[in-house]
Design a protein around this ligand. Structure first.
Ligand code: BMA
Length: 321
């Protein structure tokens, strides 16, 4: 039986390379936000060089998207950024805060992968603000709210001596980040045991911040990317209220099982609707874009009613594995 908690849109995939008016090989891992009632999608595409750029597509209903004629964000020529974006820009996330859309993206270069922060107010022009991590980080999502006057983000540093986990960091100005703390890590012998990373920017609910994240399980035939949900305390997002023990979405459709990278569903964005549902967007097999709908209270309930046993860092870190 296919996932029922996430109801796949029957018209998937909703955007593919054939829909893009310039040459690309994939359309995947897109951020999606609402802008003046429209849906804006910032999607990643591989070029034939194997490097990635970010394009933009627009929609009235969140299902049918039309791509702009030119890419939105390509590797920078600006001396402050160029050396760190030489190999491409990937996996954008967008957060609306104080009237600005904050775009975080992975910047690849011979020096590793860093996270860039760019801003837009109109989705016509975009300005780079700062590189906000050193190497090696990916999957930075910014909360759409401040906590005690500080911006907050979830991120995923790489480590050679520990499983890749989700951390939280804070900033007074979006440029300088600190107070970093490990808050969630892969659960041994679970679907996300190899590594986890933040997916869509967290969504505010009455009971906590809902985070849709990805988890990876290694098999003899390669890695499987699935999506899961976790709930963070409203006032103190470093505090986990519940992490669902089961995934909410796994590769099942043909375009999720086979493609550029097989067996991948990977999210960078979800849009909350006024009827209590959320549209979750995901890349299928690093090749195409898909969408599905879920009821927010169902996802919250999954975190609270079927949580995994170990929740809090660092106490559980000492006990597990
Ligand atoms: C991750 C990132 C994602 C990608 C996934 C599966 O490490 O590179 O952009 O979707 O692998 O290939």
């Amino acid at each position: 039986m296919k996932s029922t908690i996430v109801r796949r849109y029957p018209g998937n995939p909703i955007l593919t390379k054939n829909d893009i008016p310039y040459q690309v090989e994939t359309v995947h891992n897109a951020a999606v936000v609402k802008y003046h009632g429209d849906y804006i999608m910032l999607f990643r595409s591989h070029l034939r060089t194997g490097r990635s750029i970010i394009g933009l597509a627009r929609s009235k209903d969140g299902f049918h998207f039309t791509a702009d004629r030119a890419p939105f964000l390509t590797p920078s020529q600006d001396p402050g950024f160029a050396a760190y974006e030489e190999f491409g820009v990937e996996d954008p996330r967008v957060t609306l805060l104080d009237g600005e859309y904050l775009i975080t993206y992975s910047a690849y270069s011979r020096h590793g992968v860093r996270i860039g922060l760019a801003k837009t107010t109109d989705f016509l022009t975009v300005e780079r603000f700062s590189l906000i991590t050193e190497a090696d980080y990916r999957n930075v999502v910014i909360f759409p709210a401040k906590f005690n006057g500080l911006y907050a983000r979830l991120d995923r540093p790489h480590s050679e001596i520990a499983p890749w986990s989700i951390w939280i960091s804070y900033s007074p100005d979006l440029r300088f980040w600190g107070q970093s703390e490990l808050i969630m890590r892969p659960e041994p012998y679970h679907w996300d045991e190899m590594k986890i990373g933040p997916g869509a920017p967290p969504i505010r609910t009455d009971v906590g911040w809902l985070s849709i994240y990805h988890g990876v399980f290694q098999t003899m035939a390669g890695s499987v990317y699935r999506l899961g949900v976790a709930l963070h305390d409203l006032a103190d997002p470093a505090k986990m209220l519940g992490i669902s023990d089961s995934w909410i979405l796994q590769p099942e459709d043909p375009w999720e099982i086979t493609g550029y990278v097989p067996n991948v569903v990977f999210t960078c964005g979800a849009v909350e609707e006024s009827d209590g549902t959320v549209k979750i967007y995901w890349g299928g097999a690093d090749s195409v874009m898909c969408v599905g709908e879920a009821t927010i209270s169902d996802l919250v309930q999954l975190c609270l009613s079927q949580p995994r046993a170990s929740l809090h860092a660092p106490a559980n870190l000492l006990q597990s594995s």
